[in-house]
Design a binder for this molecule. Structure first.
Ligand code: PLP
Length: 413
């Protein structure tokens, strides 16, 4: 019998990948599956970015690069940050990483151990809780609530800090909820952090360029008073439709930089060279594809919200960022995961149950609107058929304010 480390048994997972695998299996059996499960843009990486990677290979960039990434790439990231957030960042504080996920792993490894506490959003990206548990630290959820538009409450977050707290993870615009934390709340948080100088912050801003209705994304990078303990997670995956290239970057405070470079050398030596050249082309080339993609997501967002609010027992607030809707399904009579799995098996609609994003996700499901408007309408049409046929057949008693009956009609929100 192999005896594996206890830490490995504490790892969680990202069920979007399991749902994707099951959806592919059903497709292979000839089923017509509409995938609103996975969080990746349904657009091609822009041509000039692909070309830059091909050229890099042809030009002979086949070897190792510095562990933190090639200097022109880090310089381009610094310029991009200056343009977007009006901050100057030393390229020697930037690390190219194989996907944004690695930044959270490294940030948690940097601070997490038995006896430490790490705050993380719940419902939130499932890997936060997974890697905190892996590290041996105590995972302390920061509740995100529907009534706040799933934005962080600065006061509630600050109140969770104890003498054991070493790291706080913030994510806005957020997965899975599409919540965006307003500027006033960010400022209250930053002001409150002055009383806790030993708490580091990791700000996951991977959806930073995806906000709607003219709402500004406020980067924690724009607050010099916390820069000496702020880790920024950002990258190319979502903004440039590059999820499979595995390209992300992080910005680290100077005192942590040598440590993170060591982690990089130990883990992967360097990000693959052609992807780095692709990332460079993405930042220095035309940005119109980003604007076009965000405009398309915005149009779909409106369709998703409108259609979901017509479903019996479902209500959906309007997400302000990213490309996810997180409707409340408490009135359907179904537990969220059960609803998601039955919709996949019986209707061929792949969505994710809210509890896959943490215990506070019960009563909600996540729909990714990274799919065509036509498919979104078809998927929600199938959900309508399912909910009308199965009304009150779930295992829950519908909550009185969210009747399961189809007769309840469209929700006002
Ligand atoms: C909030 C959040 N952070 C980070 C990531 C990881 O991105 P990457 O694919 O670049 O590792 C994701 C991906 O879904 C995400 O939703």
């Amino acid at each position: 019998m192999l005896k594996t480390a206890a830490a490995v048994a504490r790892l969680g997972t990202e069920s979007a990948f399991e749902v994707l695998a099951r959806a592919k299996q059903l497709e292979a059996q000839g089923r017509d599956i509409i995938n609103l499960g996975i969080g990746q843009p349904d657009f091609q990486t822009p041509e000039h970015i692909v070309e830059a990677a091909v050229k890099a290979l042809r030009d002979g960039h086949h070897g190792y690069t510095p562990a933190n990434g090639i200097l022109p790439l880090r310089e381009a990231v610094a310029e991009d940050l200056e343009l977007r957030h009006r901050v100057r960042v030393d390229p020697n504080c930037i690390v190219a990483v194989p996907g944004g996920k690695v930044t959270m792993f490294f940030a948690v490894l940097m601070f997490g151990e038995a006896g430490a506490e790490i705050l993380y959003p719940n419902p939130g990206f499932p890997i936060y809780e997974s890697v905190i548990n892996f590290s041996g630290a105590k995972a302390v959820p920061i509740p995100l609530r529907e009534e706040n538009g799933f934005a962080f409450s600065a006061e509630e977050t600050l109140n969770l800090i104890t003498p054991k707290t070493r790291l706080m993870i913030i994510n806005s615009p957020a997965n899975p909820t599409g919540g965006v934390t307003p500027k006033a709340e960010v400022e209250t948080l930053v002001a409150g952090l002055a009383a806790h100088p030993d708490v580091a912050i990791m700000s996951d801003e991977i959806y930073g360029q995806m906000t709607y209705d003219g709402l500004e994304h406020v980067s924690l990078m724009s607050y010099p008073e916390i820069r000496d303990r702020l880790i920024l997670l950002d990258g190319w995956s979502k903004t440039y439709a590059m999820t499979g290239w595995r390209m992300g970057f992080s910005v680290w405070p100077k005192p942590l930089y040598d440590k993170v470079r060591k982690l990089a050398v130990n883990a992967w030596s360097c990000v693959n060279a052609p992807s780095q050249f692709a990332g460079l082309a993405a930042l220095t080339g035309p940005q119109d594809s980003v604007a076009a993609m965000v405009a398309e997501f915005d149009a779909r967002r409106k369709i998703v919200v409108e259609e979901l609010n017509k479903l019996p027992g479902v209500s959906c607030i309007t997400p302000k960022g990213a490309f996810y809707a997180f409707p409340n399904v408490k009135g359907t009579g179904f537990k969220a995961k059960k609803l998601a799995s039955r919709l996949l098996e019986e209707e061929g609609v792949a969505i994710i149950g809210g509890p896959d994003f943490g215990i506070l996700g019960e009563g909600y499901v996540r729909l990714s609107y990274a799919n065509s408007a036509e498919n979104i309408r078809r998927a929600i049409g199938r959900m309508a058929g399912f909910l009308e046929r199965n009304h009150n057949r779930g295992e829950l008693t519908p909550t009185p304010d969210r009747p399961a009956a189809a007769a309840a009609g469209p929700r006002a929100r």
